[in-house]
Design a protein around this ligand. Structure first.
Ligand code: RIB
Length: 302
């Protein structure tokens, strides 16, 4: 089995359900509150593991109750966590408002995630020994740059969710094998509001790009050319938190089943699995709590 190294954030999500977002200076009542293990990195690791991916998670948590809970999640999901540091900073938290339409707004307080500034020798070895490196932008950019360098030297296929969008070094995006932004992130990165044009731009130079469009599906492009539009599976969304993370985790888990190089055929097949996995996740509440198993996705694709 091809191993997947996920380098990324681990947060405890503090989720408030509410009918609408308050105006500045306004107080409103929420309709519910719950805590859910999350963080874009942890989410992608869990999504891949639920689809039978062999996953190593690399990151940091605090020496606190939330950190212990997140480490328990890794153990329960069968994700290797030797590469998770325990920091003197508190575990990262994400403050999430979910409104009745299922849309969410998120404020992340990085905490321990911000201490992941350098890769250890063991973390470098884990990346070099993997077939896939999966990253997002909730860790310091410096460590993402280090990881890409290790991966490229070892011939590891690299996947980046450029969220939240932040300034990246010149050439960084083009050095990634697959970039998976949502439509807003794609526009912020390229200046193109048309997702087809954005996908073309992001995929220039032998890069894969998949721009996710929520209920509209996704656009896939390679080497500056759009290959097609994958429709979404229609569902009634109750919470879209981590739908994009579920998509990426499932996509990579499916790609990791193939022994050879990533091809258009394997990418299109993986896209079908990712589309179904994320469609299931939006029908459930929370981040890691919403992700489907291999059996659930396979049942729909059968
Ligand atoms: O992508 C969803 C995730 O973003 C949440 O789980 C939250 O922790 C933030 O990182």
């Amino acid at each position: 089995m091809n191993r997947i190294a996920v380098l990324g954030s681990a947060n405890m999500d503090l989720v408030v359900r509410q009918t609408r977002l308050p105006q500045p200076g306004e107080t409103i009542f929420g309709t519910g509150f719950h805590t859910v293990p999350g963080g874009k990195g942890l989410n992608q690791a869990v999504a891949a593991a639920r689809l039978d991916g062999e996953v190593d998670f690399l990151g940091a948590v605090g020496a606190d109750a939330y950190g212990a809970q997140l480490r328990d999640v890794l153990a329960t999901e069968g994700i290797r966590s030797e590469g998770v540091a325990v920091s003197t900073e508190p575990t990262g938290t994400a403050h999430i408002s979910v409104v009745d339409s299922g849309e969410n707004s998120i404020v992340v307080v990085s905490g321990a995630n911000a201490t992941v500034t350098d890769l250890s020798a063991a973390q470098r070895a884990t990346i070099a020994g993997a077939a896939f490196l999966v990253m997002q932008c909730e860790l310091p950019v410096a460590v993402l740059v280090q990881a890409i360098a290790v991966a490229r030297e070892a011939g590891v296929f690299t996947v980046l969710t450029p969220a939240p969008v932040m300034p990246l070094p010149e050439g960084f995006l083009a050095s990634v094998d697959l970039v998976v932004p949502n439509q807003i992130e794609a526009e912020q990165l390229t200046g193109e509001s048309d997702p087809v044009r954005a996908a073309e731009s992001l995929s220039a130079g032998a890069t894969w790009a998949i721009v996710t469009l929520g209920a509209e599906g996704s656009v896939i492009a390679y080497n500056g050319e759009v290959l097609g539009l994958a429709p979404a599976r229609p569902v009634q969304a109750v919470d879209t938190t981590a739908a994009g993370d579920t998509f990426v985790g499932a996509l990579v888990a499916r790609l990791a089943l193939s022994t050879g190089a990533v091809t258009e055929e394997t990418m299109v097949d993986a896209l079908r699995w990712a589309t179904v996995a994320s469609s299931i996740s939006v029908t459930r509440v929370g981040a890691t709590t919403s992700m489907p198993t291999l059996t659930e996705v396979a049942a729909i694709l059968a």
